[in-house]
Design a protein around this ligand. Structure first.
Ligand SMILES: CC(=O)SCCNC(=O)CCNC(=O)[C@H](O)C(C)(C)COP(=O)(O)OP(=O)(O)OC[C@H]1O[C@@H](n2cnc3c(N)ncnc32)[C@H](O)[C@@H]1OP(=O)(O)O
Ligand SMILES: O=C([O-])CC(=O)C(=O)O
Length: 367
């Protein structure tokens, strides 16, 4: 039997994430994601996902120091920066630097240590490329700031009192079971390839508009709608043209995505006058109340509005998603390879058989 898109297929046992798509519930190692987004930090949740336990105070302090120590890029990688074109997509920038970083990262076998190193360096790559491509002076990482605070500081050269909102969004985006990009990472890991290759593969999968790439499509779509009173006309046009409405629908959630609910509340509280937010809310209201295709908003709808309001460039939104999801990707890789099995599905062959090989000089040009 063929399970198109591997829908509903379980590929492994895991104790990282529980996702109940019918009731719209998401837990990281048994804790509701909303609670972590409210009370935890990037570093603490990452530690929890990687180590399988909440850290003690001293463990967390040491871990934060370690992540801060890993922030800088090797000089050789930094040299490459100044040779890059200035209009690259940020996911491609990550792929370039991680490929270089990976081949220089030695062969120590501790995957968790490598995962921490990679996740620590994501913000540096993005902020350096952002400032380089805008002709601004680079800002060195600061060890006295948290992972997320340092990221914002390296991007914009200042602190932001709303930084907690970005941290909550990153916690919500950090992990989500065997989604397409995590699966891509696992396929690569299952061949016993290196961790950096898994992440580069996952980045490629995340970039697509049916997955994390949707976040970059949402703001232009909301601008295309233009105003709340044009929502109905827009949705009907999409249905007629069989065009997907970005930031809606999900393979697993068949009700509200709890992360979208959380982020909508954040936006309501902190950016109630945002035009994009008001159009997004109206779109949600129209689609849900009219049961359009039985779809609901997914995390990309509101995370993209939040990223926009915090001043990040749109072509960085998927890379922001990756800055969080790298933790989930690597946690899954570490868990999977501890009891590895090569991932190799099959297909049902439906093509012809016993086809004659016609020599090239006898082949008909017309077909
Ligand atoms: C972080 C994330 O990755 S979350 C997802 C981000 N992606 C997006 O926001 C892109 C828009 N959404 C989609 O394309 C889809 O909902 C997906 C790809 C996320 C999930 O899709 P699947 O589980 O494969 O369902 P599929 O695409 O087959 O949709 C089922 C039906 O609902 C419709 N549908 C699903 N999502 C949407 C949407 N966003 N807009 C319009 N129609 C939709 C499909 O057209 C299909 O209708 P049909 O049966 O009449 O042909
Ligand atoms: O789970 C999925 O299919 C998509 C995903 O990564 C998410 O919603 O965060």
């Amino acid at each position: 039997m063929i399970q198109k898109g591997l829908e509903g297929v379980k590929i492994c046992e895991s104790s990282i994430c529980y996702l109940d798509g019918i009731n719209g519930r998401l837990y990281y190692r048994g804790i509701p994601v909303e609670e972590l987004a409210e009370k935890s930090t990037f570093e603490e949740t990452a530690y929890f996902l990687w180590y399988g336990k909440l850290p003690t105070k001293s463990e967390l302090e040491e871990f934060k120091r370690k992540m801060a120590d890993y922030r800088e890029l090797p000089d050789e990688a930094l040299e490459i920066l100044y040779h890059l074109p200035k209009d690259l997509h940020y996911i491609d920038v990550l792929k370039i630097f991680l490929s270089i970083h990976g081949s220089m990262d030695g062969n120590d076998e501790d995957l968790r240590e490598k995962a921490i190193r990679v996740a620590s360096v994501f913000p540096t790559i993005l902020a350096y490329y952002y400032r380089y491509s805008k002709g601004k002076e680079l800002i060195k990482p600061r060890k006295d700031l948290s992972h997320v605070e340092n990221f914002y500081y390296m991007m914009f050269g200042e602190r932001n009192e709303k930084i907690r909102l970005l941290e909550s969004a990153f916690i919500l985006l950090m992990e989500q079971d065997i989604n397409a990009s995590t699966f891509a990472a696992l396929v690569i890991a299952s061949t016993l390839s290196d961790l950096y290759s898994c992440i580069v593969g996952a980045l490629g999968a995340l970039k697509g508009p049916l997955h994390g790439g949707a976040s970059e499509k949402v703001p232009p779509m909301l601008e295309e709608i233009g105003s709340e009173d044009r929502v109905e006309e827009f949705v009907q046009k999409c249905l007629k043209e069989k065009r997907k409405i970005m930031g809606f629908g999900h393979r697993v959630y068949k009700t509200y995505d709890p992360r979208a609910v959380f982020l909508k509340r954040v936006l309501q509280e902190h950016f109630p006058d945002s035009k994009l937010f008001r159009i997004a809310s109206k779109l949600e209201e129209y689609i849900v109340s009219n049961k359009i295709k039985n779809i609901y908003p997914n995390v990309d709808l509101y995370s993209s509005v939040l990223f926009e309001e915090l001043g990040f460039p749109r072509n960085m939104f998927t890379a922001l998603f990756a800055t969080a999801r790298v933790v989930g990707w690597t946690a899954h890789v570490i868990e999977y390879v501890s009891d590895n099995k090569l991932i190799r599905p099959t297909s049902e062959y439906v093509g012809p058989m016993d086809v004659e090989y016609i020599p090239i000089e006898r082949r008909d040009e017309n077909g």
